[in-house]
Design a protein around this ligand. Structure first.
Ligand SMILES: *Cc1c(COP(=O)(O)O)cnc(C)c1O
Length: 423
């Protein structure tokens, strides 16, 4: 997109012509003390609340009040199969088949459960490869898995690093690592969209490379789900995990998603931790039957799940289903492209964008490095009504979310940033 224009009129015009603009009204937009909408740029951290969420959650509270335990079968949306109401829409959002997707647990917990099944180290092949700037929880999780299996977590961890003076990762460097150490690497576990740089990796290409070297390949898609086209099935990845409280707007600490590729759906040889919810639904409540594994991702469930959290996820997924991820990504590219256009006008001596320029290699987030600044800048931005995220020493992460952020948001953000920088 090169036909972006400066000025408020242009931003307003874009909003008027935006077919998805009305979705903003379906969300609660946080406000300042005077009652003005804040410019909310942290949907990559905690997505905003859809107005319908309350209705969906209240339905379950009411059924619980009226029905008690009978709600498991008699609620308007019976609780026993409640998770099944989420499967198809969630599968669409991440580009998977329904049998490959389950909503359960929380993100880091799912990552561990996936590693229980898919990280099967041997004396020769035991290492785990991650990005050098992986999200801390992911790094801690894989390190603890290495220790759990009796390996040294320094020796066992292989880092895919950016080159000196660079921020982004290069696929050819991953190829080199695998050429050198491929036979020792059991698992490749990459953040599908890096939380810090916003770099969206080619999941299929990484998976093919990993599989060529006989490694298991899994992705943490916390920053990808609801943000980019993940096409998990086609990527061929063995597993993926993500949370629902970022771009999927399902509330703080809400349940997470998990993908297990169809080719593993009926494998009985995989080690796994199980519970009564991994067991055949028809005989689950007989209570005394021998364990009978459910096929597909459902077979990784452990527990009777929290319905109130699932109700919030259902509300959110209904909005995603209504828009469609294709249209969402289309708007996202325009909105973030416009943001990039305005930021560039500030000059390369003032700001530098770390996130890839190619819009197929990023989602909506831009990670903006501000030259010669410190956290005082972030405090001023916050005071001016912009909710953004600060990463030491000098990076602001902003995620214009196509469901509820507007072109006018972006215009105002850059104007306020400019005013602050000009002091
Ligand atoms: C947000 C995020 C997490 C957080 O994990 P929780 O288990 O939900 O607390 C982990 N990894 C990545 C890559 C994230 O973006």
């Amino acid at each position: 997109m090169s036909d972006y224009k400066l000025g408020l009129e242009y931003a307003k015009h874009q909003d008027q012509n935006d077919k998805l603009a009305s979705y903003r009204n379906q969300f609660h937009i946080p406000k300042d003390k005077q009652g003005n909408d804040l410019i909310y740029m942290t949907g990559n951290s905690l997505g905003l609340q859809p107005k319908i969420t309350k209705t969906y959650v209240n339905q379950e509270l009411e059924d619980w009040a009226i029905l008690g335990v009978e709600g498991h079968t008699e609620a308007k949306n019976p609780w026993l199969p409640y998770h099944e109401l989420l499967t198809e829409s969630m599968a669409k959002v991440v580009g998977a088949k329904p049998i490959e997707v389950i909503v359960m647990n929380t993100l880091t917990a799912n990552l561990h459960f996936m590693m229980v099944s898919f990280y099967k180290p041997t004396k020769k092949r035991y290492k785990i490869l991650i990005e050098s700037d992986a999200f801390p929880s992911d790094k801690y999780a894989v390190e603890s898995q290495l220790r759990h299996h009796g390996f040294d977590d320094k020796d066992g961890l292989v880092l895919w690093k950016p080159r000196k003076g660079e921020e982004l990762l290069r696929h050819e460097d991953l190829e080199s690592i695998l050429k050198e150490q491929g036979e020792e690497i059991a698992l490749i576990m990459i953040g599908g969209v890096n939380y810090y740089t916003g770099q969206f990796f080619d999941l299929k290409r990484i998976t093919e490379l990993g599989h060529k070297h006989e490694c298991i390949v899994g992705f943490d898609c916390a920053h990808g789900a609801g943000n980019v086209q993940l096409n998990l099935h086609d990527s061929g990845a063995d597993f993926a995990v993500w949370c629902t409280y970022k771009y999927l707007n399902s509330g703080p600490g809400s349940l997470a998603g998990c993908f297990v590729h169809e080719r593993h759906a009926n494998r009985k040889d995989l080690n796994r931790f199980t519970g009564w919810w991994s067991h055949n639904k028809q005989t689950r409540f007989n209570m005394r039957d021998e364990f009978d594994q459910l096929p597909g991702a459902e077979g990784w469930q452990l527990s009777n799940p929290p319905i109130l959290s699932m109700a919030a996820i259902r509300a959110s997924l209904d909005i995603f289903n209504d828009v469609g991820i294709d249209k969402l990504v289309e708007k996202s590219k325009k909105l973030t492209g416009y943001f990039e256009f305005l930021l560039k006008k500030l000059g390369e001596d003032v700001i530098r964008i770390i996130t890839p320029k190619n819009d197929d290699e990023r989602g909506c987030q831009l990670s903006i490095q501000v030259i010669n600044t410190d956290k005082a800048l972030h405090d001023k931005l916050t005071k001016s009504g912009i909710i953004s995220d600060w990463r030491e020493p000098d990076v602001i992460r902003c995620a214009p979310v196509p469901l509820y952020n507007s072109f006018e948001d972006i215009y105002n953000l850059v104007e306020r940033l400019k005013a602050i920088l000009n002091g």
